[in-house]
Structures are given as structure tokens and as C-alpha cells.
Design a protein around this ligand. Structure first.
Ligand SMILES: [Mn+2]
Length: 462
């Protein structure tokens, strides 16, 4: 946990932004896996962590904007729990750790909400993403389960985004701690990426390194010689020379700040000419994004700048043709990168995505595109100092998509399908860094993880 003053200040800022009303921020419950007492690892809700910092399950935080009071509600453990858990702090003791002066049991929460006149119109809560929390809100507020989401507070969503999207120095330190562990995950896995091994061996190594850093992975590891399948979570392929291995993996610190790093390496440790060619196009796009990232520009513009580098690279290879700006305007390059350049990262690997992506990655000025590829950009808004965002261009030869575009004649003026089809068995490449927007540019966070062809070949052959 940070010191309690951090949480007091965060709640004070939210109270000021919201003005009036009462804000309910439920923490998460344990989530059963295959029976009630066999649970998934506990993951606290990120909004609750941000404002209340506590890791215990079943807590509910309340921020009253009208009387200036904060509360933590939960039932205390009794001896039947303590036999299994050992001694644990009381709810009042937990509340005090984060500067909350008021606490009570669940009956007290119900009394407080009833005294508020049922919940409406002044009880603010976020759209729930777990069914059990939705059921709690329905129960506490006397609204039907299916109607809960329609009562979620957009002003609260926007206030939380405004606050959480700017990372403080202590948050940046935590994120860099998560990247330090990701360094060990990635460099270790690179050294294991030799023919005859299986993807699951490397994925298992990475997960172990994450836990050695005292946190879980920040999302299920992507470890695949079929990188063209964007979110490939199977790990059963044998590694063979000639394949590029895409490793997209990060971890969380004990406070749940995240890292999210992708490296792509040639199985066996030496890039062949084709692999080097595509790799350096993607690397140039990754570096161009970092040159363009600074306060005042939109990430949509940065995405477009990176797209121009990709398009130029494919044009030089003869896969694309025509004017680069026209190629990018038409979205022809998106055949090889159907996703966006990046997303915000913080207490969630896709930070605040539970608030609704449009509320996080976009604003009244910058709206999502309808175009294939650009439409998948998770964050397009104007950049401010303190944003932490991923820079993750890629290149994917997706046979089914190539065939579809060829059959339908999509962007045919810009695509040389004869040349493109020579690459259809290549697989995919993605390169991802976590970057901080500074006052005059950006900084790649964390200890540099081998990224150039020379650096990767060196570490894989050491
Ligand atoms: Mn990412």
C-alpha cells in the first residue's frame, strides 16, 4: 500500500470533482473456480484499490460528497473464519490503515443507503463487470438486477478516468517495478526459445518469474509461433527454426500495478533475411511512435504516424503500392495490423477498460474511427504528461483475412496480392513497450529489454 495520505488525497479529489451525492465503490469477492472454497487467486477491484488500497475481499467503500465522510463496510471475521485464516485485522483497523475514520458491518451499509432515500438519484456507482457485484448493487439499492447497469453513473466514470489517467511518481515507480519483473520473464524466455521446446514450457517459465516478483501475470500469457492469431492462448506448439515466436506477457506488483511487454524472437536465436526484414519494419514503427509521442498530439495521430512507417516498409517490399498517405487513408496497411497502436496501462493492463473503452481512450474531441484497424485503436485521445500507454505495432499475415480481401477486392488498388501471398505462412511479429508521456516527449519505462535484432541475437546466443 502507499501511505494513507495518498488515499485520503485521492478521495478528496474525487469528492471535489463530483460535488455532491454518495459514491459506492465495492471491492471484489472471492471468485469460486470449481467449487466455493477452491477460488481463483483473489484480484481486488482496481477502482477500490485506487481509492481505498485494501486487499481484503468483501469490502465496500463509500465516499459521501455531502458530509465529507468516508466509510469502509464489511462484516468482521469471527472465530469460524479465523481458524482457517489466522488472526486478521478488524474492518475498523483496515479502514484506519487508509485514513478512513468510519466503518461498519453490512447492516450499517444498508441503513446508510436507506437513509439516503433508496439510492436514487444521488448514489453513484460504476458499471459492474462481475455478476456478484451487480447482484449486490441490485439488492442494496432496491433495483432489478437487469436494470443495474442503466443506473451506473457516467459522471463518476468520467471523474475516475480524469483522475486515474494521470499517473503520479509513486505509481510510475510501481509500474517500473512490474517491468523489472517483465524483464526477467522476457529475457529468460528468449534464452529458452530453442527448437524442440514447447510453447507451454516458456509460458510456464514466464508465469513462474511473475510469481517470483510476488505478483500474478497481468493477463493470460500469449506465447505462440502463430503470432498472426492475435490473442492466441494455446501453448501446445513445438518450436521449430524458421518460426517467429511472439511473447506478449506482463505481470502485476503486489499492489496490482501492471506491465505489458511484447517481444518477438526467431526460434533458435538467428533472424533469417525475411524475418529481419519484417522485424525491422515493425521496430521502425515502434520507434517512430516514440518519436511522435508528446503532450498535445493525439494517440490517433501517433497511430497514423506509425502506420505510415509500416506502409512505407510494405511498399518497399512490393506488398503495397501507391502513395503512402493514400495507403494509410484507405486503411490498406490494416490488412497486416488489424489492431490499434496501444492502450492505457496502470492498475489494469488495459487501464480502466471496465469503465467503457470509449470513456477512457476517447473524449468529446476525439472519437473512435469506423475504419477496419483504426477502429480497434483503444486509445486515441490527446496526450497529457503522466499518461502511461503501450506502443505495440505489429505485422500479421492472416491467411483467412488475405483471402477475404483478395476475393472481395478490398483495397485492391493498393495491394499486390501476388507479392503478399508469398508471405502468407510467415506468422506474425509484435513489439510492445510501456511508455510514459513526459512534459516534452515520452520515456520508455523500465530497464530496457532487448529489442533490436542485434540485442535479441546476442541474448539468445549468450
Ligand atoms: Mn498491450
Amino acid at each position: 500500500m502507499f501511505k494513507k495520505e495518498t488515499y485520503i488525497a485521492r478521495r478528496q479529489q474525487l469528492r471535489k470533482e463530483m460535488g455532491h451525492g454518495i459514491i459506492i465503490i465495492p471491492g471484489n469477492h472471492e471468485a469460486p473456480c470449481n467449487y466455493k472454497d477452491n477460488t481463483y487467486w483473489f484480484r481486488q477491484d482496481s477502482t477500490f484499490l485506487y481509492f481505498f488500497g485494501l486487499q481484503r475481499e468483501d469490502l465496500v467503500g463509500v465516499i459521501d460528497c455531502d458530509n465529507g465522510k468516508d466509510y469502509i463496510f464489511a462484516n468482521d471475521y469471527d472465530i469460524d473464519d479465523i481458524i482457517w485464516t489466522g488472526p486478521l485485522p478488524s474492518v475498523a483497523e483496515l479502514a484506519a490503515q487508509v485514513g478512513v475514520e468510519n466503518s461498519g458491518d453490512m447492516a450499517a451499509l444498508r441503513r446508510l443507503l436507506a437513509g439516503n432515500g433508496g439510492a436514487r438519484p444521488c448514489a453513484h456507482f460504476l458499471p459492474p463487470y462481475r455478476a456478484d457485484i451487480r447482484a449486490d448493487l441490485a439488492d442494496w439499492l432496491g433495483i432489478s438486477y437487469s436494470a443495474v447497469d442503466s443506473y451506473a453513473s457516467l459522471p463518476l466514470v468520467l471523474a475516475c478516468v480524469k483522475q486515474r489517467m494521470i499517473k503520479s511518481d509513486e505509481e510510475i515507480e510501481e509500474i517500473e517495478r512490474a517491468i523489472a519483473t517483465a524483464y526477467n520473464m522476457h529475457v529468460g524466455a528468449m534464452k529458452l526459445a530453442m527448437p524442440g521446446r514447447y510453447e507451454y514450457e516458456l509460458a510456464g517459465f514466464m508465469e513462474g518469474e511473475a510469481w517470483k516478483g510476488n505478483g500474478p501475470v497481468s493477463f493470460p500469457i500469449i506465447m505462440t509461433v502463430h503470432g498472426e492469431t492475435l490473442h492466441n492462448h494455446g501453448h501446445n506448439n513445438r518450436l521449430e527454426v524458421g518460426r517467429m515466436l511472439v511473447m506478449d506477457a506482463g505481470c502485476e506488483t503486489p499492489m496490482n500495478y501492471c506491465s505489458d511487454i511484447t517481444r518477438s524472437v526467431p526460434v533458435g536465436g538467428r533472424f533469417d533475411d525475411r524475418q529481419r526484414t519484417i522485424y525491422e519494419i515493425v521496430l521502425n514503427a515502434n520507434l517512430e511512435a516514440q518519436r511522435q509521442t508528446r503532450p498535445g498530439v493525439t494517440y490517433k495521430e501517433v497511430h497514423t504516424a506509425a502506420s505510415r512507417v509500416l506502409a512505407q516498409g510494405y511498399k518497399d517490399l512490393g506488398i503495397l503500392r501507391g502513395n503512402v498517405d493514400d495507403i494509410v487513408a484507405a486503411g490498406a496497411h490494416s490488412l497486416l495490423m488489424p489492431h490499434g497502436l496501444g492502450h492505457m496501462m496502470g492498475l489494469d493492463v488495459h487501464d480502466m477498460e471496465n469503465y467503457g473503452q470509449i470513456n477512457v481512450g476517447y473524449d468529446t474531441e476525439t472519437r473512435p474511427s469506423e475504419q477496419f484497424g483504426l477502429g480497434s485503436l483503444r486509445c486515441g485521445r490527446r496526450l497529457q504528461p503522466g499518461f502511461v500507454i503501450t506502443d505495440e505495432p505489429g505485422c500479421y499475415f492472416i491467411p483467412a483475412l488475405i483471402d477475404k480481401w483478395q476475393a472481395e477486392g478490398t483495397c485492391r488498388d493498393f495491394i499486390n496480392f501476388d507479392e503478399l501471398n508469398k508471405w502468407r505462412d510467415f506468422g506474425g511479429i509484435r513489439i510492445e513497450d510501456d511508455i510514459l508521456v513526459t512534459t516534452d516527449g515520452c520515456r520508455v519505462l523500465g530497464k530496457p529489454i532487448p529489442k533490436t535484432v542485434a540485442e535479441i541475437e546476442e541474448v539468445m546466443n549468450s
